[in-house]
Design a protein around this ligand. Structure first.
Ligand code: T4K
Length: 406
């Protein structure tokens, strides 16, 4: 039986792309080099627990960012949890809701209350002007998220943190290789946390890292990621297992060798999207500040339903049937997910800009696995959908699209 979208007969019976075009397709550097590294670690029979590849990766990241300490970890979420604990956060911590759920969970997991702050509709980052009204006697910190790799207003946040004697951490999961006022992200706040998940433009299969200039904090984090062991048989702190394996570090070393190539390709892809999307009504491609270093790893659109004639959800739904697996990051927002939705049923009233963004933002595929011609095709498809928005709205049964949006 034909799907409802096929019945529209706007598109051919076959999807536009024979293979699925994914957001988050991993970038893999030189495969031969990766296999050499893996052969080395197998011959060495040292697979994890602060092995030579992990140490080399940490050193190279420190050099790249210009920071004193880099502590590599098994993933970004554990890195966040450990950074939060080591920084001594308790009670309430102010975070944006417009982020991946891991930012909020890393707090709640430790019974710290995430207090959701609204975002700036232009930058998509936490709105510093809304933070002070959320500070209570229980507040111990602020976590800014450099969403899409575009830096938070670091100076403004630092001033608030200083004034109220709060700790300031950054979830820099998206921002490896980016700068704020010419300085590498990773150098700000008490510490910053990267994710090197497979879907990030630089990946270690799974992985992450905390970077900081604070010697004491780094020492605590190093203990915490290794069960609290200070040396053989001596545990001096509560800890967990946050270690990065050697095979992950090998992937990281391989990726670092291709980092500039990945960024160049992402930038070309971004420019291609920019060129192809300019004249499509209701579609805005978010800009990157060309005066800074960007990794361009996210192609983010804002859909203005009125001007486009279709909602973000309709567009994503149709693109999926055409094998373009666009994503609704960050839908529906942390405050609308459990347990936060139950804890704060009225949170959305305090987060009007977040609410709007969660309804209109979507991500398109990029990275080294996509060709410029594919991007042209994706944009042609978007143009076609928008040009046919009237027929789409006429024909589509409301229930196949999220009824809340229509
Ligand atoms: N803070 C922020 C702001 C974050 O964005 C993240 C992670 C974190 C913290 C936590 O860091 P980690 O603990 O993850 O290191 C994905 C990623 O799993 C997640 O790492 C990332 N943010 C988030 C934005 O995206 P999902 O739920 O979208 O993943 P999934 O499995 O649906 O995959 C996304 C797309 O990637 C799909 O189209 C398939 C494709 N893919 C995925 C994998 C794993 C591949 O093509 N190959 C692969 O190997 O969360």
């Amino acid at each position: 039986m034909k799907t409802k979208l096929e019945q529209l007969a706007i598109f051919g019976k076959k999807p536009s792309f024979a293979e699925k075009m994914h957001v988050g397709r991993p970038n893999i550097g030189n495969k031969g080099r990766l296999i050499e590294y893996i052969n080395d670690l197998i011959d060495r029979k040292w697979l994890t627990n602060s092995g030579p590849f992990e140490q080399e990766l940490e050193q190279r990241i420190k050099d790249l960012i210009g920071v004193k300490h880099c502590i590599a970890m098994c993933n970004g979420t554990i890195a966040l949890e450990i950074a939060i604990r080591a920084a001594g956060l308790t009670g309430e911590v102010i975070v944006p809701s417009f982020t991946f759920i891991a930012t909020a969970h890393a707090l709640q997991w430790q019974e710290i209350t995430p207090v959701f702050c609204d975002v700036d509709p232009v930058t998509h980052n936490i709105d510093p002007a809304r933070i002070e009204e959320l500070i209570t006697p229980r507040t111990t910190g602020i976590i800014g998220v450099h969403v899409w790799g575009r830096p938070c207003e670091v100076d403004f946040l630092s001033a608030i943190a200083q004034k109220h004697k709060l700790k300031l951490l950054f979830d820099a999961a998206h921002a490896f290789g980016c700068t704020y006022q010419g300085q590498m992200i990773g150098r700000f706040g008490n510490a910053e946390v990267f994710s090197f998940h497979a879907t990030k433009f630089f990946n270690t299969f799974e992985g992450g890292a905390v970077v900081t200039d604070d010697d004491n904090l780094a020492a605590k984090i190093n203990l915490m990621k290794n069960f609290g062991f200070s040396d053989y048989d001596n545990v001096i702190y509560i800890g967990t297992n946050g270690k990065m394996s050697e095979v992950s570090a090998a992937m990281g070393l391989t990726g670092l060798e291709s980092l500039e190539e990945f960024i160049t390709k992402n930038r070309q892809n971004y420019q291609q999207y920019q060129q192809e999307l300019t004249d499509i009504p209701g579609i805005k491609l978010i800009p990157y500040n060309e005066g800074e270093k960007n990794n361009y790893q996210y192609i983010i659109l804002e859909i203005d339903k009125k001007a486009a004639g279709v909602s973000r959800d309709q567009l994503v739904e149709i693109l999926h049937t055409e094998n373009v697996l666009a994503r609704k990051y960050f839908y529906p927002g942390c405050h609308q997910m459990q347990p936060y939705r139950a804890y704060y049923p009225h949170a959305k009233l305090l987060l009007p800009e977040t609410e709007k963004l969660t309804q209109k933002v979507m991500a398109l595929p990029t990275g080294i696995n996509i060709q410029l011609d594919d991007i042209t095709e994706i944009c042609n498809l978007i143009r076609l959908i928008i040009n046919h928005s009237k027929e789409i709205n006429h024909h589509l049964d409301k229930e196949i699209i999220n009824p809340a949006i229509n």
